[in-house]
Ligand binder design. Structure first.
Ligand SMILES: Cc1cc2nc3c(=O)[nH]c(=O)nc-3n(C[C@H](O)[C@H](O)[C@H](O)COP(=O)(O)O)c2cc1C
Length: 187
């Protein structure tokens, strides 16, 4: 049995960056979801799925549903990568929208990604500039609106290895030092 595989879908590179960092730390295999169709998942002990968050959806997560007959009973973990800062509300909304039915009990982790309107496709650029404008002129406490305000008019890159702490801890690996300190501040 191989120890694990990380399968991911990333449009602007943040999920891919996290997936690569995870692969380095764990030694697990790594594949973009578009190349993972024929992977013998039954040969792996841990299966990680990572996807960017677009309009609240973890992209590509259908892969897990399509392969559920092999995945049932295995150690499967999902990580989502979005621009919003982590909060319980962000986490709950992601669970609610993406981990339904058979996926309901899977562990979910969240990492903060990146935002650069200049590097987006013209369609995304149009949409995201409009969303930034709305967020700036109509401030709300919603974390997604707050992220849009924070990023409005500039590029943001929140990708940080420390964000992987919870995932590595769940998998039984040493977390990056700063994440360990945050988890046990009394030490
Ligand atoms: C059209 C669009 C919609 C997005 N929707 C959300 C969202 O609902 N929530 C969020 O936190 N981030 C959202 N984002 C930000 C992305 O999740 C963020 O850029 C992340 O880094 C994407 O992962 P990737 O770089 O691996 O593609 C959106 C970005 C775009 C371009």
């Amino acid at each position: 049995m191989k120890p694990g595989i990380i399968i991911y879908k990333s449009i602007y590179g943040a999920t891919e960056a996290y997936a690569k960092m995870l692969a380095l730390r764990t030694g697990y295999d790594l594949l973009p979801v578009k190349e993972a169709g024929d992977v013998p998942l039954e040969e792996y002990e841990h299966i990680l799925y990572g996807g960017g968050v677009y309009a609240g959806q973890i992209i590509g997560i259908e892969y897990l549903k399509r392969h559920w007959n092999v995945l049932e009973g295995k150690k499967v973990l999902v990580f989502a990568v979005g621009a919003s800062a982590f909060s319980p509300a962000v986490y709950d909304a992601l669970r609610e929208k993406n981990l339904r039915g058979r996926l309901e009990n899977l562990p979910l982790c969240y990492c903060r990604g990146r935002w650069n309107v200049e590097k987006m496709t013209w369609m995304d650029r149009l949409l995201c500039r409009r969303m930034e404008k709305t967020a700036v002129s109509d401030p709300s406490t919603d974390p997604w609106q707050a992220a849009l305000r924070e990023a409005a008019g500039r590029a943001m890159d929140w990708v940080d290895e420390k964000e992987l702490g919870p995932i590595l801890m769940i998998l039984g690996f040493d977390a990056p030092a700063a994440a360990k300190e945050a988890a046990s501040p009394e030490e």
